[in-house]
Ligand binder design. Sequence first.
Ligand code: SF4
Length: 93
Amino acid sequence: MPENTSSAALTPCAQHPLNFFFPIEARSGQPTAGERAALRVCATCPIADRRECLERELRLPAYRQYGVVGCTTASQRRSIIRSRKAASKAEVA
Ligand code: SF4
């Protein structure tokens, strides 16, 4: 979700109730119907906002990932975080 700025009010997620972006999460595999609906709204966000939004969310640890943000589900972001950590460890080794 965008930070509380005047541009945040222009994002597609600002036009929906907050719980729309926190649907029941898929336990594994494909996103739930609620997640897919939120992903469709996210997909209409301007590219720059979407990337910025995703990277901001990825600064949080995996256990704090909830809801659909930056065109990803929480499960997808946890996976990105794991991949980045693994890549970072491989670079150090
Ligand atoms: S990418 Fe999605 S969650 Fe992020 S600001 Fe845009 S609509 Fe909102």
